[in-house]
Design a protein around this ligand. Structure first.
Ligand code: ASP
Ligand code: MG
Length: 415
């Protein structure tokens, strides 16, 4: 007997019928002899509707009040799911974040989990109860209710699994696993059997919405095995673990993409030692998140710096720069919206040179101009025109053989 944490996302609990189906899934796990903790999201699009309502009343709603509002979504689901379990004769109890002992840092709307006191959950498990916990929420040491950022229920689940020393954390969702790329856009996308923590972390950070990046971070730090799987279908999902044994030969494991990217260029900067630090500390201090950075020196004493931001953050970035124009000391700012970021990710890149070159080749052959590039050990990201985004993803998906079923080449190696 072990502890299993199951997490069900918004779509999976979107209607009463679906909550009843989820209850079945939970009961099956209990029937297998496991102790079960369930983490749920708010039903369907509840969180979006709550945000909408707040915006109708207040153009710049206070983050504290938003947390108070948004946490109600998950509270509805925990009680309904507990009621469904009780109706079926199973012992269950629902807990909000604070009741479950989830302590966060004192930041509203995007708090990190600081600590989990599992006493109460453990007691209930010991009494044979199924514990249903509200995802996405916690409490500060001062007793303020916080949320973990959109999509944060995944993080609640993985953090709880780690704190409870669970055997496994299953993330039930409306897709059957992690795909080589988004199957809604690319017909040949294929479900992966497994993916490493590092690859998943890159994919999640690069726009693959299937898992909250912080959830993957937790899983990696505590070596908690995760499985992303369908709440509707019974087939196996994708396992996220440290060592990926299957499909080892894949150099590129997945392609992530996102649009709504803007490139900002600051011209006429002094080519000095402190220029970079001054511009990016100013942006950071004002909460502007920048992604790819490129510096190009135009003459001996002036330089230009380009960086990419999410288009939603463009106005903030420009305002901050303009406000600090004297201090940063630049001539003008230009920007180009309507861009997208396409990234290839795979641990196999570490030992295989030429992957970036191949990516640029494929894009060039398709007449797609690369505007910015950034790399890490296991990814290459390019910024291109948004119009070419899907075309680029399809071409890369083909070029890196992601559509084909992979055979295990290891068994074919002859000495
Ligand atoms: N309900 C929250 C959201 O929609 C948290 C979650 O579902 O993970 O972002
Ligand atoms: Mg989600």
């Amino acid at each position: 007997m072990g502890i299993i944490v199951q997490k069900f996302g918004g779509t999976s609990v979107g209607t009463i019928e679906r909550i009843q189906k989820v209850a079945k899934r939970v009961m099956e796990e209990v029937n297998r002899g496991n102790q079960v903790v369930v983490v749920v999201s708010a039903m369907g699009k509840t969180t979006d509707h709550l945000v909408d309502m707040a915006k109708q009343i207040n153009s710049k709603p206070s983050k504290r009040e938003m947390d108070m509002l948004l946490t109600t979504g998950e509270q509805v689901t925990i009680s309904l799911l507990s009621l469904a379990l009780l109706e079926n004769g199973y012992e269950a109890v629902s807990y909000t974040g604070w009741q479950a002992g989830i302590l966060t840092e004192s930041i509203h709307s995007n708090a990190r989990i600081a600590n989990i006191d599992t006493k109460r959950i453990n007691e209930q498990l010991a009494h044979g109860k199924i514990v249903v916990v509200a995802g996405f929420q916690g409490v500060t040491s001062a007793g303020e209710i916080t949320t973990l950022g959109r999509g944060g229920s995944d993080t609640t689940a993985v953090a709880l699994a780690a704190a409870l020393h669970a055997d496994k954390c299953d993330i039930y969702t409306d897709v059957t696993g992690v795909y080589t790329t988004d199957p809604r856009y690319v017909k040949t996308a294929r479900k992966l059997q497994s993916v490493s923590y590092d690859e998943m972390l890159e994919l999640a950070n690069l726009g693959a919405g299937v898992l909250h990046p912080r959830a993957v971070e937790f899983a990696k730090n505590y070596l908690m095995p995760l499985e992303v799987r369908s709440s509707m279908e019974l087939e196996n999902g994708t396992v996220i673990e440290e060592e990926v044994s299957m499909e080892k030969n894949l150099i590129v494991r997945g392609i992530a993409f996102e649009d709504q990217i803007t490139r900002v260029t600051v011209n006429g900067l002094e080519n000095g030692l402190r220029t970079l630090s001054s511009i990016f500390s100013t942006l950071a201090k004002n909460g502007v998140n920048v992604d790819i950075i490129i510096q190009s020196t135009t003459s001996l004493d002036t330089t230009s710096i380009s960086f990419s931001v999410k288009t939603a953050d463009l106005q903030d970035a420009i305002n901050v720069l303009k406000k600090n124009k004297e201090e940063i000391n630049f001539e003008n700012i230009e920007h180009e919206s309507g861009l997208a970021k396409v990234s290839i990710v795979g641990s196999g890149m570490i030992s295989n040179p030429g992957v970036a070159a191949e990516m640029f080749n494929v894009l060039a052959e398709n007449g797609i101009q690369v505007k910015m590039v950034s790399t890490s050990e296991i990814k290459v990201s390019t910024v291109i025109e948004k119009e070419s985004m899907i075309k680029a993803v399809e071409a890369l998906h083909d070029a890196f053989n992601l559509s084909e079923e992979q055979v295990n080449h290891e068994s074919k190696v002859t000495v």
